[in-house]
Design a binder for this molecule. Structure first.
Ligand code: TMP
Length: 211
């Protein structure tokens, strides 16, 4: 059986990844594509429990390396329990975030260094990288403004100041340059329906083998 495609959505907080990926997957499923939509941190019971520990605003004592290791741990669990079995069955998997988030947030936002963060993640992912990545591009300030306006609950990372989110944005720019061949960059500062339409066309193209 042919392996499914592994596609990730990435972008800073407030880029609209969750809204956009949900709308895109719904439309493609209605057209008959076999797609599983999942997310990180989380996506399986154990990984969701790790998510709660990482994002709990009360966990102010969390060390930055502990945070990076917990993201890698939830990734491992989610990958072996959910992503790889689905791909092996021929189902396409779309994940709202994956390893690029750790490179940008822990590597650059937390200043642990992208190489160090990639090294601990290699232990978790054993070379399994996404086939393609849809990057929803938005300036840090606009993203932060959106989440502060629209979300009732801000998790531990959302609550970080603008300098953290700017470092994450810079981190993503490095990730985009390093993995240019798998990136599709979409301007997410536009109206959400335009972002959904472009993302839909991109994912459909990947699934049909035209992109
Ligand atoms: P979410 O808001 O997309 O659900 O993600 C929760 C937060 O976790 C978000 O601020 C980004 C952050 N994050 C990391 O810092 N590193 C990672 O590896 C992942 C997957 C998410």
């Amino acid at each position: 059986m042919e392996q499914g495609k592994f596609i990730t959505f990435e972008g800073p907080d407030g880029s609209g990844k969750t809204t956009v990926s949900t709308a895109v997957v719904k439309r493609l499923q209605e057209e008959g594509y076999a797609i599983l939509l999942t997310r990180e941190p989380g996506g399986s019971k154990i990984a969701e429990e790790i998510r709660n520990v990482i994002l709990d605003p009360a966990n102010t004592a969390m060390d930055e390396r502990t945070e990076a290791l917990l993201y890698a741990a939830q990734r491992r669990q989610h990958l072996v329990e959910i992503v790889l079995p689905a791909l092996a069955q021929g189902t396409n998997v779309i994940s709202d975030r994956f390893v690029d988030s750790s490179l940008a947030y822990q590597g650059c936002g937390r200043h642990l260094g992208m190489d160090a963060v990639m090294n601990i993640n290699q232990f978790a992912i054993e070379g399994h990288m996404p086939d393609r990545t849809i990057f929803l591009d938005i300036p840090a300030e606009l993203g932060l403004e959106r989440i502060q306006k629209n979300r009732a609950y801000l998790d531990r990372l959302d609550q970080e100041d603008i300098s953290f989110h700017e470092a994450v944005f810079e981190g993503y720019q490095k990730v985009i340059r390093q993995y240019a061949e798998r990136m599709i960059i979409i301007d997410a500062s536009r109206e959400v329906n335009e972002v959904i339409e472009d993302s839909y066309q991109a994912v459909k193209g990947i699934l049909d083998g035209t992109r």
